[in-house]
Design a binder for this molecule. Structure first.
Ligand code: XMP
Length: 331
């Protein structure tokens, strides 16, 4: 039987024995796996761990601040925060094809990470948040052929950097990784976060990516997620079942930016602004998914807030497509 406190002790000892006095670097994405790996390795070796957090300008609202607050401020982890927004957006200028965008983002990511890693002179190890399903599902490719986990975007790095691989979550299933995260003191909201694709908002802005679009999308997305987190699922069983938010009742939820303008009215004026689509799905394995039957009053509240609070968006639609035939992301 699996006992968490014992497991933490064993894992910590194992990492210490493996690493000795050498330094470790880890690409921190803000996702569950890399975050739990960071917390565990930090528990084991403290200052000998350096995390690199790359902001490609296509992250969710306040993501960088959240990661720095949680890891650098609260846990005292060494985190290098790299703002590479202009480098990424520069290379993405004029590019509209989804796979081309993915390739550019992946390539630039490796480049930025590598440049930072090279500065950490004592590093002999590259840590990754690889979990057991990643290992058995041979590289975790989905039907479109892209990697499912963002840390796979640093694939190829060990050879180039000449670092040894440290993968302390390799034997754990997702629910065990979450339990471990909680035992290490990470908050519930972090440990139960929805997955977020490596290319981030880059595949949620249809076609060409512009800084202006990313700013609008970030605001709309944050409103949607906030309302999902603040709304409890109607529970006919009352106290018999613990209350659950719509965020926890969905597997993935986000906003998509449509670079299409439509007409609206605001006060006594006409608007001609962009459209945002909301997507929320329920799934076990992300290979098939159902659109979530979100309550109409929740959808209405999200729509009103986005249109009133985000200047530049005047229309909100809800995506009611299943996977298959649609995919979860729009690109
Ligand atoms: P689709 O859109 O293929 O998405 O139904 C299935 C799952 O994979 C995620 N996804 C990605 N994750 N890099 C990633 O790290 C990607 O390029 C990528 N594309 C899709 C998506 O968010 C969903 O969880």
């Amino acid at each position: 039987d699996w006992n968490m406190p014992d497991y933490v002790e064993e894992a910590v000892q194992f990492i210490r024995d493996q690493v000795g006095d050498e330094g470790v670097i880890l690409g921190l994405s803000g996702g569950v796996d890399s975050s739990v790996a960071a917390a565990l390795i930090h528990r084991a070796i403290g200052d000998k761990l350096t995390c690199v957090f790359v902001d490609h300008g296509l992250l969710r609202l306040d993501e960088g601040k959240m990661v720095m607050d949680m890891f650098a401020k609260n846990l005292g982890v060494n985190v290098i925060h790299v703002d590479a927004t202009s480098q990424f957006l520069g290379h993405l200028k004029g590019v509209t094809d989804p796979e081309e965008k993915r390739k550019i983002i992946g390539r630039e990511f490796v480049e930025v990470f590598q440049a930072e890693a090279a500065k950490i002179s004592n590093a002999k190890w590259l840590a990754q948040g690889t979990i057991y399903p990643d290992v058995i599902e041979s590289a975790g490719k989905d039907k479109k052929g892209h990697t499912i986990k963002s840390h796979h975007n640093v694939g190829g790095l060990p050879e180039d950097l000449n670092l040894k691989l440290l993968e302390p979550l390799r034997e754990l299933f997702k629910d065990e990784v979450r339990e471990l995260g909680l035992a290490l003191g990470l908050p519930h909201e972090m440990v139960y976060r929805h997955p977020f694709p490596g290319p981030g908002l880059g595949v949620r802005i249809l076609g060409e990516i512009k800084a202006e679009y990313a700013d609008l999308l970030r605001q709309a997305d944050a409103i949607f997620i906030e309302e999902l987190r603040n709304t409890l699922v109607d529970n006919p069983l009352g106290d018999a079942v613990p209350p659950m938010t719509w965020y926890d009742a969905t597997s993935q939820a986000f906003a998509v930016f449509l670079p299409v303008k439509s007409v609206g009215v605001m006060g006594d004026g006409r608007t001609y602004d962009y459209v945002v689509a909301l997507r929320a799905v329920q799934t076990q394995d992300f290979m098939t998914a159902h659109w979530a039957h979100l309550p109409h009053d929740l959808l209405g509240r999200v729509s009103n807030r986005i249109i009133n609070e985000v200047r530049g968006i005047n229309r909100v639609v809800y995506d009611i497509s299943g996977k298959p035939p649609a995919t979860i992301e729009w690109e």
